[in-house]
Design a protein around this ligand. Structure first.
Ligand SMILES: [Zn+2]
Length: 238
């Protein structure tokens, strides 16, 4: 008994400590540091009202991301950047319509309206996005036969964009993912960031979703399973 009691006490103390620290972390929020980066995913004309593949309320992320940017030393922007006639476009597959799926060499691909074609105004960043501190823009989906929701890896899971290497060489350990759309490019970027060894937060109110056939709930579940943390912009301390 004299041996067991201290062990039980120790467990109780450790458990209480864990509870207290997790509560404290939530109450105090999270504070980005020099090893943190904000990633603004695909805040482009194509994905907002008036664009070729509008996400409902997509433009509403702009002021949220602009405000968040003040808390970050390091900012990465991504752009969906397709060739004309890209494999992810329904128009490239006779008889297919947008939002249907097709089997491509690397797996099932959702087919989209033509969107974010390289060099077009549709593919430009939203005019009100103000991220002058941003240090790199990663363009993705530029191989004609391969889509890339993720800012880290193309959909064939073979071609890398270079973002993981960039972040690692810059000493970044934690990424905070925002932008469009929650259940596609944000989710894939967040999960691949975990795969490449980063701590990952998705700032929910700085994203908007497409929610195609339950894709939003599925994405949150998959992200949670991979250790992606879901927070709100009010949780970020500047
Ligand atoms: Zn795309």
């Amino acid at each position: 008994m004299t041996h067991k009691l201290p062990r039980i006490l120790l467990c109780a103390v450790a458990f209480a400590g864990a509870l207290a620290s997790s509560h404290a972390a939530h109450a105090a929020g999270v504070k980005p540091d020099a090893h943190s980066a904000l990633i603004a995913v695909d805040v482009q004309n194509c994905f907002v009202t008036g664009g070729t593949l509008p996400v409902k309320g997509g433009e509403e992320v702009v002021p949220v991301i602009n405000k968040l940017a003040g808390a970050f030393e390091n900012i990465v922007i991504t752009q969906d950047w397709h060739t004309p006639g890209h494999a992810s476009f329904a128009s490239s597959h006779p008889g297919k319509k947008p939002f249907e799926t097709i089997k491509l060499a690397y797996g099932t691909q959702v087919l989209w309206p033509d969107h974010c074609v390289q060099g077009t105004d549709d593919a430009a960043l939203h005019k009100d996005l103000q991220l002058p501190k941003a240090q790199v823009i990663i363009r993705k989906g530029f191989h004609k036969d391969v889509d890339s929701y993720s800012a880290f890896e193309e959909a064939d899971r073979k071609n890398l964009t270079g973002l993981a290497g960039y972040l690692r060489q810059r000493g970044i350990k934690t990424v905070y993912v925002t932008g469009l759309a929650t259940d596609f490019c944000v989710a894939w970027t967040a999960m691949d960031a975990r795969k490449h060894g980063f701590d990952v937060y998705v700032i929910e109110d700085a994203t908007r979703a497409i929610d195609l056939n339950g894709s939003l709930a599925a994405a949150w579940k998959q992200m949670a399973a991979k250790g992606v943390k879901r927070i709100q912009s009010s949780d970020i301390q500047s």
